[in-house]
Ligand binder design. Structure first.
Ligand SMILES: [Zn+2]
Length: 314
């Protein structure tokens, strides 16, 4: 992993001089600060961006959290395989700024790398709800104290009914990061804790189609070309775009789904503290994504969301 991260660190240092923020794209930004937004009634859907690949979906009394990650770690911690866990002050910040209800119905984990799963056990303890995840994600949460009765070990094809939401589990793939998938592997049983950052193993990547508030939302954290999502005609497609449109994968995914709206996800530099706000990752290439939408006439309206902003999906 060190071999993978050292070049990445070089890219990061280079990128600080030209890194850009969301305010270059005012015309694409959707949503209002979550602390000022009104809750959506049961026949509507509000979606709040929580950073990295984290989202709150709220409709009436139903609240679902996807990949919430507030207790950020430095790249140095990853390179040196530090042990890391949730920090109460970061969780409190995320809950307040995201206006996350004090009780939620479910957590969905797309895969169990630290930037998707690290805060789930501590948040579940605080906010309740069930955890829908792969066998590996479930094993990690159990190791970190999530009660077994709250864990839903999930595979592609499974369907969960949670509050007013129907959640379909789809197969997914992990992005290639500088040519390889990091921290691969699975747990069949709860691993010994504490976990080093490289022990948050990938497990089986999953994507979800969530029917909630009269809308259909597709949500993933990434993928590879040649494996388009098995979802069609969604209202909102949240498409992992951490490596830009690698090998045409982003375009393929969007075309397959024919969405009304498209939100590229996981484009931010998640080694920053959550309080420092959205900065594009040096590996993301949003100008290219935007150009593909325009030049290749992709279906769906492209949008962006800032940290802790909530948007009522029309
Ligand atoms: Zn990952």
């Amino acid at each position: 992993m060190t071999r993978l991260l050292l070049p990445l660190a070089g890219v990061a240092i280079f990128a600080t001089s030209c890194s850009h923020r969301l305010n270059s794209y005012e015309d694409l930004l959707h949503g209002d600060p979550a602390t000022l937004a009104q809750r959506a009634p049961a026949d509507e859907l509000a979606i709040t961006y929580l950073g990295v690949n984290g989202y709150l979906l709220q409709s009436g009394d139903t609240a679902i959290l996807v990949d919430p990650f507030f207790s950020r770690v430095s790249m140095r911690d990853v390179v040196f395989k530090a042990e890391a866990g949730s920090r109460p002050e970061d969780l409190a910040y995320g809950i307040t700024e995201g206006a996350i209800p004090h009780q939620v119905d479910a957590f969905l984990i797309t895969h169990s790398h630290f930037d998707h799963a690290l805060d789930v056990p501590a948040l579940q303890k605080q906010l309740g709800g069930v955890v829908i995840a792969s066998e590996t994600g479930v094993a990690i949460c159990e190791a970190l104290g999530t009660p077994r009765g709250r864990l839903r070990r999930s595979r592609p094809g499974d369907v969960h009914q949670v509050g007013g939401a129907t959640i379909r589990v789809l197969a997914a793939h992990h992005d290639l990061v500088l040519g390889k998938v990091p921290f691969q592997g699975c747990y069949e049983k709860p691993p010994a804790t504490p976990l080093r950052l490289d022990q948050w193993l990938l497990g089986t990547p999953l994507a979800y189609v969530i029917e909630i508030g009269g809308k259909r939302v597709y949500l993933e954290s990434g993928g590879v070309a040649g494996h388009p999502p098995a979802a069609k005609d969604v209202d909102l497609a949240i498409v992992g775009a951490a490596p830009g449109d690698r090998d045409g994968r982003y375009e393929e995914a969007v075309r397959a789904m024919n969405p009304r709206f498209v939100l590229p996800s996981h484009q931010d530099w998640f080694f920053n503290p959550v309080r420092s706000g959205f900065h594009f990752s040096p590996l993301a290439n949003f100008p290219e994504i935007r150009a593909i939408h325009t030049v290749n006439e992709l279906p769906g309206r492209l949008l962006l969301m800032d940290y802790f902003h909530a948007w009522r999906v029309p």
